[in-house]
Design a protein around this ligand. Structure first.
Ligand code: SAH
Length: 347
């Protein structure tokens, strides 16, 4: 197994930083372009493979950086085709990544933290508490070292952790995914999901152009507080006010995620409140049948209850979909990713 590393990795630098690296080392500018091509077009894992670079530069790269590439240490596959990978992070911890196939789409669900500070009552990652931030390199590695990498059509930051509690590294990874000089993906292929951390949400809206998903789960302050402690620090009303200031028209999509929990947040009264809250916003709602946690007594709402809720929102003019729950048997479904039992060993 690869030991934890103290050096930066080849995947930590943005295109701009590679240009500065070349400048500082008195290298011609085109070397930055060549290095980026090796890393992100040929997806080379080590400087040894970068054949058109002078040997001295290959040695400099190998001395200065680690590769950042760590293949998964374990893979699990669900009966529905969903796969779950266990990856090691730069500081020797572990995170899980899910790959969810659906027709001709393959969505990769990335983690951004080991555990999470936000402790939502229905989420297993929250129960693990917080153990550290992933680096941009750790985030990219989940894609670059994914055995299914070439078939991935969509990337969602919906794995372990709260992405906007690790904004700098998340933003750096998004730059590398979308920059024409790196992985050159369309921002419409990437979605970041958040509980709504106001200061970094504002930055994300202004500085990034990828889609946004907000974990809503309840329409009012009191009810959301019951499920999500973050409501105390960053109340929903302020999150909605901020979102309303930035109309999501055009290519950029705003989605609200709503876990349907039996006898908790799934009644007609809740649906009416959600419709009132989102009135006039350019957005959609995604209803997720709550995935039961191994040791909690939350159950998903019955299908007819979810459909009634959906129909009420649709009648209010809100595009509302019901998410298929996938990968439950390997604990890869929404809210079930956790490395609680893996502390420092994957075996
Ligand atoms: N922290 C971010 C990223 C995680 S995304 C966020 O909360 O948005 C994971 C999505 O799954 C979130 O919408 C989360 O609220 C939801 N989720 C968590 N636990 C769940 C569960 N048990 N069943 C269904 N959805 C759940």
């Amino acid at each position: 197994m690869t030991p934890p590393t103290a050096k930066p990795t080849l995947l930590d630098l943005t295109p701009e930083e590679w240009r500065l690296f070349c400048e500082r080392n008195a290298l011609p500018k085109f070397r930055a372009k060549q290095i980026l091509e090796w890393l992100y077009v040929h997806q080379a894992a080590s400087p040894d493979a970068m054949l058109n670079l002078p040997p001295a530069l290959r040695v400099l790269l190998a001395d200065t950086f680690d590769s950042g590439r760590h293949p998964p240490v374990r893979t699990a596959e669900s009966t529905d085709g969903t796969k779950k990978y266990l990856f090691q992070t730069h500081d020797g911890q572990f995170v899980e990544t899910a790959m969810i196939p659906d027709g001709d789409r393959k969505t990769l669900c990335l983690s951004t933290q080991v555990g999470c500070r936000r402790a939502c009552s229905f989420c297993m990652t929250g129960q693990q508490r917080f153990h550290g931030n992933l680096s941009a390199s750790d985030i990219l590695n989940q894609y670059l070292s994914c055995p299914e990498r070439d078939g991935i059509t969509n990337i969602v930051y919906m794995g372990m952790g709260e992405p906007l509690d690790n904004y700098e590294e998340v933003a750096r990874s998004l730059t590398l995914f979308t920059s024409p000089d790196a992985l050159a993906k369309s921002p419409t292929r990437l979605t970041v999901s958040t509980v709504g951390i106001l200061p970094t949400l504002k930055r994300y809206i202004e500085e990034c152009s990828c889609h946004l998903a907000i974990s809503l789960h309840a329409p009012t302050h009191e009810e959301r507080l019951r499920l999500m402690p973050v409501e105390k620090q960053y109340p929903l009303a302020e999150v909605i006010r901020l979102l309303r200031e930035h109309p999501f028209t055009g290519q950029r999509r705003l989605t609200f995620e709503y876990a349907m929990i039996q006898n908790s947040n799934d009644s007609a009264a809740y649906a009416r409140e959600v419709a009132a809250l989102l009135r006039g916003m350019h957005c959609r709602v995604n209803l997720i049948p709550c995935n039961p946690l191994p040791d909690a007594n939350l159950l998903p709402s019955p299908r007819p209850v979810i459909e009634t809720f959906q129909n009420m929102l649709k009648r209010a003019g809100i595009t509302t979909t019901i998410r298929k729950s996938k990968g439950q048997d390997i604990l890869a479904a929404c809210g079930l990713l956790s490395t609680k039992h893996q502390s420092n060993t994957p075996c």
